[in-house]
Design a protein around this ligand. Structure first.
Ligand code: ADP
Ligand code: GN1
Ligand code: MG
Length: 352
């Protein structure tokens, strides 16, 4: 961690750095907790493979956080370098620092229905706050991020190449993705023909991308703002359900423990739908259950594509980690499909 201490010196931190330790469970950036004798910070080595346009990325984050701050919404605070820049770059990588938001917790799984409901309300309100933000100020940092048909093309390419001879280990998963190919286009087509509104969305709304107050369990701040781009609310709603309305962790190896939980769906929908009641269109409301399925099957597809391509995108902790993740997602997606009617009824009840 010594080299990271010298990176810390480039930033305008208060106090002397005492320790730098790995922190959190993100799959993309290298996240470190920095403790000085005065306060704590988050130092991130940004993933330039996933986000090559650091300028565009940091400009998005600075403009969104300034906008939220002006509205009095608690948000990430970018700590500048001693030279006044929003990130630091040297031959070892590109780095940014945030104030550590104290007295908060992040959850890796849903332990409490109320917490999940609160996170739904917070992501819904977050979308409301950004409704007035001028989308033309945002760089599309990852092109076609939730374009599922395009993701499917990438999956098929990785499968055809099968560079690591791994396809033979995942025949049922491949079969699931190929046989569902006709279900991937609805949102992207709706955005293209204007029947689904294009909004400023977060696009990565899993539960560990929100900080909850350690005392009250109410949401304090939406974080991980890397993927804020124009998108559909179905992406934000769906991705939260994908991660949170499961009875097990995203990387549970025992699939008998992994189920889609309809009551957790209801909890999140109560929070989210109540928050967006004024702006949600009829078509969006009808498609919320499908959005949950779509984000789940897309994520499973992305994990499998990465597995077939040699695990270069998502951080993994062991060989086969991405395949394990893919399996949980496809199991959940299958159970969601079987529950479309029940989910639709719940959404209707809440919005009535
Ligand atoms: P990744 O893009 O890799 O997911 P995140 O930005 O989500 O990285 O950060 C990883 C984790 O670090 C979060 O899930 C959260 O637990 C923690 N974290 C990030 N920023 C802050 C912050 N400003 N204050 C407190 N915790 C934070
Ligand atoms: C990544 O950055 P993190 O860990 O919050 C990924 C999401 C996936 C998620 C799966 C930029 O999110 O799209 O849904 O992993 N982020 C990016 O857990 O690709
Ligand atoms: Mg994250």
């Amino acid at each position: 961690m010594e080299n990271y201490k010298s990176v810390c010196e480039k930033f305008a931190l208060c106090g002397t750095v005492r320790s730098v330790e790995p922190y959190g469970e993100g799959h993309i950036n290298l996240t470190l907790l920095v403790t000085t004798d005065e306060k704590r910070y988050i130092l991130q080595k940004m993933n330039t493979n996933v986000f090559p346009d650091t300028e565009g990325l940091m400009a998005n984050i600075c403009s969104v956080t300034q906008y939220l701050d002006q509205k009095g919404v608690e948000t990430l605070r970018v700590v500048p370098t001693r030279e006044g820049n929003c990130y630091y770059s040297d031959e070892s990588g590109k780095y940014r620092v945030y104030d550590f938001i104290e007295n908060t917790v992040t959850y890796q799984t849903v332990s409490d229905r109320e917490v999940f409901k609160n996170s739904g309300a917070a992501f819904g309100e977050f979308q409301n706050y950004l409704a007035g933000f001028d989308a033309s100020r945002l760089t599309e940092v990852i092109h076609r991020f939730h374009d599922t048909p395009n993701r499917f093309e990438h999956f098929k390419k990785a499968l055809a190449e099968d560079c690591f001879d791994r396809a033979k280990e995942c025949a049922p998963e491949i079969e699931f993705l190929l046989s569902h190919k006709d279900t991937y286009g609805t949102v992207i087509e709706g955005l293209a023909d204007g029947s689904i509104p294009l909004r400023v969305t977060h696009n990565d709304t899993k539960l560990n991308n929100i900080l909850m107050d350690a005392q009250t369990n109410r949401a304090r701040a939406v974080i991980d703002l890397d993927t804020i781009m124009p998108g559909s609310m179905l992406f934000d709603f769906g991705d939260s359900i994908r991660f949170g309305a499961s009875t097990a962790a995203e990387d549970e190896t025992d699939l008998s423990k992994v189920h889609f939980d309809l009551d957790l769906f209801r909890a999140y929908a109560e929070g989210y739908c109540t928050a967006v009641k004024e702006s949600i269109t009829e078509k969006e409301a009808t498609l919320l259950p499908y959005g949950a399925y779509l984000m789940t099957v897309e994520c499973g597809m992305r994990f499998l594509t990465d597995y077939l391509s040699g695990d270069t995108y998502f951080a993994t902790k062991y060989d086969g980690h991405n395949l394990v993740r893919c399996r949980t997602q496809l199991k959940l997606a299958g159970e969601m499909e079987a529950n479309f009617d029940a989910m639709g009824k719940i959404v209707k009840e809440i919005l009535a």
